[in-house]
Write a protein that binds this ligand. Structure first.
Ligand SMILES: Nc1ncnc2c1ncn2[C@@H]1O[C@H](COP(=O)(O)OP(=O)(O)O)[C@@H](O)[C@H]1O
Ligand SMILES: O=P(O)(O)OC[C@H]1O[C@](O)(COP(=O)(O)O)[C@@H](O)[C@@H]1O
Length: 303
């Protein structure tokens, strides 16, 4: 079974307008609300692809109710810990450029945190836990690291998709896969990454620091997979980009779901790339049909 952890879910409020006029009233023609948060997006793709999974995390208030109702509607199994504070709303502005406004997130009380941590006691060695997204500011930044100790005690595998110190701290514990994008990878080491060679070099560093697989996403430039002995690379297929929010989450879902079934890193990378691009080419998270349409266009080469 795959469990996704979204400590800080959201309603993603997506706003489309031809031009954003700062300092003026902007009237909106098109708006959408999606259940957001990285682990939730991962669960949505896993469910599309028929991989058994359950979404975990914290939900509260009317916003939290909206998220859980939508997940139930979408057929995503979930077991969120209820909280007193409100789940956040993240604003995604699609004008000349894509701008994201991601809120810090709700207060989590010690009792709510304890109730959540207890769920980890039931994991087994065949499970995979996917930790995705930011840690709400009311939880310690070491929270992923602490949860990983619980996962390891149960003999389960885990994937990590977060940034900065929270990501670096988890590497020594040997995660199955980490998925920074190229900008997040550059920020981790405070460098500019302007060539594929440089991206490979820094991807290797994450492997040396402990990650089993490092999957680097590069938006319209495709992706790279670095393992202990190999590096693979693929350009992105061409298509009309509709909404790239959740492309990275889709990529991680495709990789982990396929890996759980096959233990084949290249097949997993291939499926991950197809899921990422399929979501970029969709208004919401990709459907299975869209993913299967994109899959034959993915060409992977050793790099
Ligand atoms: N504009 C695009 N065209 C084609 N594929 C894309 C596009 N944007 C994203 N993808 C695919 O989705 C993957 C994840 O997207 P990316 O934007 O890099 O992740 P994140 O959302 O984590 O920043 C990319 O590696 C690529 O394979
Ligand atoms: O937890 P964070 O880092 O604030 O990110 C949350 C946001 O990330 C998303 O999951 C999208 O992720 P990606 O575009 O990076 O794949 C949104 O649904 C959500 O609003």
């Amino acid at each position: 079974m795959i469990y996704t952890v979204t400590l800080n879910p959201s309603i993603d409020y997506v706003v489309q307008l031809p031009e954003l006029k700062l300092g003026e009233v902007n009237r909106l023609k098109t708006t959408y609300k999606f259940p957001g948060g990285k682990g939730i997006n991962v669960s949505r793709i896993l469910s599309q692809l028929g991989h058994q999974n359950q979404a975990w995390g914290f939900l509260g208030g009317l916003t939290g109710k909206f998220v859980s109702q939508q997940l139930t509607k979408l057929g995503v199994a979930n077991r969120f810990t209820p909280i007193a504070d409100d789940t956040r709303i993240n604003v995604k502005l699609k004008a000349e450029q894509e701008t994201e406004l991601n809120a810090a997130g709700p207060q989590i009380t010690p009792a709510e945190k304890q109730a959540f941590v207890e769920q980890f006691e039931h994991l087994t060695a065949t499970d995979i836990v996917i930790f995705s997204g930011s840690v709400p500011s009311s939880l310690p930044q070491s929270f992923y690291f602490d949860l990983i100790q619980k996962v390891k005690e149960r003999g389960a595998e885990y994937a990590v998709d977060t940034t900065g110190e929270a990501l670096l701290k988890t590497l020594v514990t040997k995660p199955l896969v980490v998925k920074p994008n190229n900008h997040e990878l550059a920020d981790l080491f405070d460098v500019e990454l302007s060539s594929l060679e440089a991206i490979k070099t820094y991807g290797r560093k994450l492997v040396q620091m402990g990650a089993q697989h490092v999957m680097i996403s590069m938006a319209g430039d495709g992706g790279m997979l670095v393992t202990k002995d190999h590096c693979y690379r693929s350009a992105a297929p061409k298509g009309t980009v509709q909404n790239s929010v959740g492309a990275g989450d889709s990529m991680l879902a495709g990789f982990t779901g396929t890996y759980a079934a096959t233990h084949d890193p290249v097949a997993s990378f291939r499926y991950g790339l197809a899921c990422g691009s399929a979501t970029a080419f969709s208004a919401d998270i990709a459907t299975k049909k869209k993913i299967e349409e994109v899959l034959p266009q993915i060409k992977i080469e050793e790099f």
